[in-house]
Write a protein that binds this ligand. Structure first.
Ligand SMILES: Nc1ncnc2c1ncn2[C@@H]1O[C@H](COP(=O)(O)OP(=O)(O)O)[C@@H](O)[C@H]1O
Ligand SMILES: [Mg+2]
Length: 266
């Protein structure tokens, strides 16, 4: 069992006066572990990451980073403590060069030698970053931009990286590259909390899989086992969990349409 880096404990969270989105959610991510959170559109996957990165304060429950209670700290403080969040959608600075984007990721690194060493490291991990170093980031393909985002997030050598739908909008080949890069982060010992609608593809490379539904982790276990769990098929091929039935038993809904991909960029 790897050392726990990030933990959400019994988190309740929501937006304004609307009903709670997360209703007692707990999840743990260890060093060098990829935990993949899957679930239908609107289930609250992005909300989990927002609570973990301090963008949204939970109403109840705790966020624990390296054994320290960090509940209520903001994104800047959490980034300083080693937690980076790569948001859903594209968040590179499109008018800036790749180099400028990467340097922004390391803007708090004062020591020049350290900065140079980290730039070298991300250029090695993400070859496209080095190849397109002087290019305007907005001219890169979606997959290349995603790799620039990963590289930027790694500039502060985070202990945890939260990735929200990194394969969205990418073609299958680029998706493979992006998933390989996530596997690479794991070998660096980074704790990765990954959110994906592309559930099967993501679970093939993740260590642990968790299915989010009704504001809680509905099913969780070794990712490989979850891949064979018929309840996953029920959620993704049938469209959703039957609300009226017991929460413990997910049942296939044949009439429901598959959930549409989320389109928000927050
Ligand atoms: N900024 C927001 N303000 C109000 N409601 C939101 C906001 N972001 C998300 N929600 C709502 O919270 C629920 C969960 O959203 P989200 O976490 O984005 O789901 P997912 O990432 O699983 O698709 C949805 O019902 C969504 O409409
Ligand atoms: Mg989302």
């Amino acid at each position: 069992m790897s050392e726990t880096v990030l933990e959400l404990r019994d988190v309740e969270a929501g937006y304004g006066r609307a009903a709670l989105v997360l209703r007692g959610l707990s999840v743990t991510v260890g060093a060098g572990q990829v935990v993949c959170l899957v679930g239908p559109n609107g289930a609250g996957k992005s909300t989990v990451l927002k609570v973990a990165s301090g963008l949204l304060s939970p109403r109840r429950g705790r966020v624990v980073l390296d054994g320290r209670d960090v509940t209520g700290l903001g994104p800047q403080e959490l980034l300083r403590l080693g937690l980076a969040h790569v948001l859903q959608g594209h968040s590179v600075f499109r008018e800036m060069t790749v180099e400028e984007n990467i340097r922004l990721g390391g803007y708090t690194v004062r020591d020049k030698a350290t900065l140079a060493r980290r730039i070298e490291a991300v250029r090695e991990t993400f070859p496209v970053v080095g190849e397109r170093w002087k290019s305007i980031a907005g001219l890169l393909s979606g997959g290349q931009q995603k790799q620039v985002e990963f590289a930027r997030a790694l500039m502060l050598e985070p202990r945890v990286v939260l990735l929200d739908e990194p394969s969205m909008g990418l073609d299958p080949k680029t998706t493979d590259t992006v998933f390989n890069q996530i596997a690479r982060m794991r070998t660096l010992g980074v704790a990765v909390l990954l959110v994906e609608q592309n559930a099967r593809r993501a679970l093939q490379m993740a260590d642990v899989g968790c299915v989010l539904d009704l504001g809680r982790i509905h099913i969780s276990g070794p990712a490989a086992e979850l891949l064979d769990d018929p309840r996953l098929g029920a959620l993704y091929l049938g469209g959703g969990v039957v609300r009226a039935s017991s929460e413990a038993t997910a049942t296939r809904v044949d009439s429901a349409a598959p959930a549409a991909p989320a389109a928000d960029v927050t």
